[in-house]
Design a protein around this ligand. Sequence first.
Ligand SMILES: [Zn+2]
Length: 167
Amino acid sequence: MAFAYYKRLTRRQQGIYRRSNETPAVPLPNWRSLRPITRRLGEVLPDGDRGRVQEICTELLDRMADGLKIRRARILVLARRPSDETEELHGCYTPAPEGGHAVIKVWMRTARRNQVVAFKSFLRTVLHEFCHHLDYVLLGLGDSFHTEGFYRRESSLFHQLVPATRV
Ligand SMILES: [Zn+2]
């Protein structure tokens, strides 16, 4: 953890940050039935059909949320990543407003060359944004930080969804 960063957080945020580190994994009760969906995503993604990719991502995230018995998040799959000179945006998460839906946005094409993103990194992005959702609705953290625990949870989802031989 970057200690200087941590020290700049408010006391409440520091509490959330520490709690975020306490959960290293999120076991998916229905991981077996999710693997075929993930496999399909890997097959369809290279074709670059945004509508199909969004359909499969929606199915995947809905089934993960249902398995965990939490509120679903909407996912929007968009085409080319927004960027400036130094960075490109892979995805983003907006927590649910009062009475509304949480929204995940992910981009499936690179900023520079407009190429479809590789399966593994695309899935990582989807799961990364879903982990922000989990921080709010599963862990009840009230804020979502990129802690070591956060990245462990992201990895734990990835390894449940993708058999080791495909990594
Ligand atoms: Zn993030």
